[in-house]
Design a protein around this ligand. Structure first.
Ligand SMILES: Cc1cc2nc3c(=O)[nH]c(=O)nc-3n(C[C@H](O)[C@H](O)[C@H](O)COP(=O)(O)OP(=O)(O)OC[C@H]3O[C@@H](n4cnc5c(N)ncnc54)[C@H](O)[C@@H]3O)c2cc1C
Length: 431
C-alpha cells in the first residue's frame, strides 16, 4: 500500500520565493567551488577532463549529502524536506554519471599509445590501492543508487543498502589521498565527511531528537492507531499542518522498530504533547498498531507547513484515508478563518478515522462543511464528488492521500479551471 502523498505548500509567500533560489545557489557553490579550485590550468585534453569530472562528481556527491540533512531550520530555508530529498536524488544520480566519466577520460588519455595501456591506466588489478579504492567508491555509488530506485524493497533493507552511498563519500577521498591529494584541497573531503557524520549522529542516531513517551493510545479506525506523545524534556514548537519524524523504542511489552518514520501531527496539546495517527502501511507501521502507553519515543522536527497558504482564503480540502491527518490538526486547532469544504474519502465506514469527531467539529463551526464519502473498493467518482468549475474560483486546494487519488483529483481540478498556483504540491515521499 503506498504511503500518503500530500499536496500543499512547502513554505508560504516570500520565504518560498527565497528558498526557490537558495537551493540552486547552494548547489552551484558546492559543485562549482571545488572545480574552480582544482581547475587544471596548465594541463589539457583528456587529463583535464578526468580531473574536472572527478571533482565535479565529488562536488555533486557533496551537494547530495547536504540535501539529506534533516534539520528543521535548513528545510525551512531550502523549501521543505520533500524538495531537499528530490534534489538529493537527482544530485546523487548526476554525481554517479559524472564520476563514471572520470575513468573513461583517464583511459582515453592513454588510448593513443595503445588500448592495452589505456586499460592498464584504469584496471583495478594494475593500479594498486588507489585504483581499487576508486572502483570501490564507484561500486558503492552504483549499488546505493540502484537501491534508491527500488521502491519495493523493505524500508530497513533499502536504508542499509542506500547507506553504501555514505561509504562512497568516505572511500573516494581515500582514493585521492593515495594519489597524493594536495593539502590545500583537503577541505573538501573533510567537510563532506563532517556533513556525513552530522547527518548520521543528529538524524539517524537521534541526537537532534527530543525524548517523548507514549501517554495515550486510541484506535480511530481499522488499522489506524492514534498516539499521544508527551515530551519528557523540552516540547517541540510545532503547529497544525506540520509533520515530525518519530522513532518508537521499547515499552513494558512493546519492542520498537527504532527507525525514524514521518508522521503528520493530528493535534498539538496545550502541554506540548503531540498526536500522530498511524496507518498500517508496511511492516513497521503494522507493528506500531500494538503500541502501548509507556513506550519511549524520540521525535525530530517539526517540518513542513501544509495549509499555510490557505489562511484567510476559502479552501477546498481533499483527504483520502490517513491523509485526513493534517486537516484534523488544523480543525482541532480551531484556527480556520475562512469557509472550508472538506471532502473526506475512505473505503468503508470502518476506515473513516475521526469521522464522528469531524462531524462534531463541522457542526460547531459554520465555516466548515464536511462531505464524508465511503467510496468502496473501486475508484471514487471524483467527477461527481469534486466541486464544479464555478465553485473553484478563488479557492485554495489542498490534497492529502494516496498518490493515485491525489493525481486524479489534481488532474480534475486543473481540468475544471483551478490554476496551478492554487493547487499546491508537496510530495510526501522521501525515498
Ligand atoms: C511527510 C510524510 C508524512 C506522513 N504522514 C503520515 C501520517 O500522518 N500517518 C501515516 O500513517 N503515514 C504517514 N506517512 C507515511 C508513513 O511515514 C509510512 O507509511 C511509514 O513510514 C511506512 O513504514 P513501514 O515500515 O510500515 O512501511 P514499508 O513497507 O517499509 O513502506 C510502506 C510505504 O511507506 C514508505 N516509507 C517507509 N518508510 C518511510 C520513511 N521513513 N519515510 C518515508 N516513507 C517511508 C515506503 O516507501 C512505502 O511506500 C507520511 C509520510 C511522509 C513522507
Amino acid at each position: 500500500m503506498p504511503a500518503p502523498t500530500c499536496a500543499g505548500t512547502g513554505e508560504g509567500g516570500a520565504m518560498k520565493r527565497v528558498s526557490r533560489v537558495l537551493l540552486p545557489m547552494l548547489v552551484l557553490a558546492l559543485v562549482g567551488g571545488p572545480v574552480w579550485w582544482a581547475w587544471p590550468g596548465t594541463l589539457g585534453g583528456w587529463r583535464s577532463v578526468a580531473i574536472v569530472t572527478g571533482w565535479l562528481g565529488y562536488g555533486l556527491l557533496f551537494a547530495s549529502l547536504v540535501t539529506m540533512l534533516r534539520e528543521p531550520w535548513l528545510a525551512r530555508v531550502l523549501g521543505g524536506l520533500g524538495r531537499m530529498y528530490a534534489w538529493h536524488h537527482h544530485l546523487g544520480v548526476l554525481a554517479y554519471l559524472v564520476l563514471l566519466l572520470h575513468p573513461v577520460a583517464l583511459a582515453m588519455e592513454a588510448l593513443p599509445e595503445s588500448p592495452a595501456i589505456a586499460w592498464a591506466s584504469v584496471a583495478p588489478l594494475q593500479q594498486g590501492a588507489a585504483g581499487w579504492l576508486g572502483w570501490a567508491a564507484l561500486l558503492c555509488l552504483m549499488i546505493g543508487l540502484g537501491v534508491a530506485l527500488s521502491p519495493r524493497l523493505a524500508y530497513g533493507r533499502w536504508r542499509a543498502l542506500h547507506g553504501l552511498l555514505a561509504l562512497a563519500v568516505v572511500v573516494s577521498p581515500a582514493h585521492l589521498v593515495m594519489l597524493g591529494l594536495e593539502q590545500w584541497l583537503w577541505w573538501m573531503p573533510v567537510l563532506a565527511i563532517g556533513v556525513l557524520f552530522w547527518r548520521v549522529l543528529r538524524a539517524d542516531c537521534g541526537l537532534a531528537a527530543l525524548p517523548h513517551v507514549v501517554a495515550q493510545v486510541a484506535h480511530p479506525a481499522r488499522a489506524v492507531v492514534e498516539i499521544t506523545l508527551r515530551p519528557m524534556a523540552r516540547a517541540l514548537a510545532a503547529h497544525a499542518g506540520q509533520f515530525v519524524l518519530v522513532a518508537f523504542h521499547d515499552g513494558p511489552h512493546f519492542q520498537g522498530c527504532h527507525e525514524y518514520h514521518p508522521f503528520t501531527l493530528t493535534a498539538i496539546e496545550p502541554d506540548g504533547s503531540l498526536r500522530v495517527g498511524i496507518k498500517a502501511l508496511g511492516d513497521c507501521t503494522r507493528h506500531m498498531q500494538t503500541l502501548e502507553a509507556g513506550v519511549a519515543a524520540r521525535v525530530q522536527g517539526p517540518f513542513g507547513d501544509f495549509g499555510a497558504a490557505g489562511s484567510g482564503r476559502p479552501a477546498l480540502w481533499i483527504a483520502g484515508g490517513i491523509g485526513i491527518a493534517p486537516f484534523m490538526a488544523l480543525l482541532r486547532a480551531g484556527t480556520v478563518a475562512a469557509p472550508v469544504r472538506l471532502i473526506y474519502l475512505y473505503r468503508e465506514a470502518a476506515d473513516g478515522a475521526y469521522h464522528d469527531e469531524l462531524v462534531t467539529l463541522a457542526d460547531a463551526d459554520p465555516d466548515v462543511t464536511l462531505v464524508a464519502h465511503a467510496s468502496g473498493d473501486g475508484a471514487p467518482d471524483l467527477a461527481a464528488i469534486l466541486p464544479e468549475a464555478d465553485a473553484l474560483a478563488g479557492v485554495e486546494c489542498f490534497l492529502c492521500g494516496p498518490p493515485g487519488l491525489v493525481d486524479a483529483a489534481v488532474a480534475l481540478l486543473r481540468a475544471r479551471g483551478a490554476a496551478d498556483e492554487h493547487i499546491h504540491f508537496e510530495r510526501f515521499e522521501f525515498r
